[in-house]
Design a protein around this ligand. Sequence first.
Ligand code: SF4
Length: 291
Amino acid sequence: MNSVTYNIPAGMVAAYRGRQVVVRSHDPAEIIQHLSDDDLDNVQYIQLLSPYVAPETLMLLANWGRDVRLDIVIRHPALEFPLLYNFSRLLDKHPIRASIAVKPGFAKAVRLALALKFAVKLEIEQPEPALIEEMAEVLDLYLHRPNVSQPVEYFHSIFLSLYQQEPATLWVVQEEDPEYFRFVTDDGVETVSPRFAGVDPKNKTIARSEESLEARPLEVIECDTCEFLKCCGGYFKWPNRNFSCEGVKTIFGTLNGAAVELRADLATYAALHGGASHDEKSFVGDLSSNK
Ligand code: SF4
């Protein structure tokens, strides 16, 4: 049976004791107050819902007894990105990830997060064409800048999946697969993620679209003929099934092209050096553990 991780408000730690959790709050002090040392063994990471945290409150995290992964939610990247600087002092103690909403100006926030050595997760919905350009810019940064040492999700996991030709879907990478993740609302209702408020986690039809496929058998469903269905799983057809995937497919295409190119380069290297399986394994290992 798969282990499920629950994203819970800090006030519900006691109710979810013994289960794998992500503990969220706007206030680091509230998180620290509710978590005992024993609880920390089951904490995947703690999530700050806003980067507006007073310096003295940040010091609480800096002086907290245990190193715990910290996720900072950036909902308004064009406005909030300078606040990321305030968290750099915590990096000695806590691995940090910035979860950045894909909204106009988000590339600037990604650049700063990466410069500060934070991992990045793109919080993406159904991006407009203008955002696809900005995503392509960030993807180029991730793929081609040697000074980028931290992963940018979802690019990183999908690239590895395409390179290794092993399955991984956006639902898992984005922590929205109900087999593995549940988001518990402030009212205690279990759902899939904040995007899916009101959707029963057991309703697997969301893994393809917001309606079951049987509901419209005569329609040609874009996902069924999409070359990226295996790694996307229909992620971009929710909530609006009529969303045009032209833009997001170019992003998948670039990731796939880079994966194919890397495989070809390593095969050439192996042929020239009489087999380089060790080099290849260590290279992929580096990719998996870091960028
Ligand atoms: S990219 Fe669009 S069409 Fe392709 S699988 Fe994803 S949601 Fe479906």
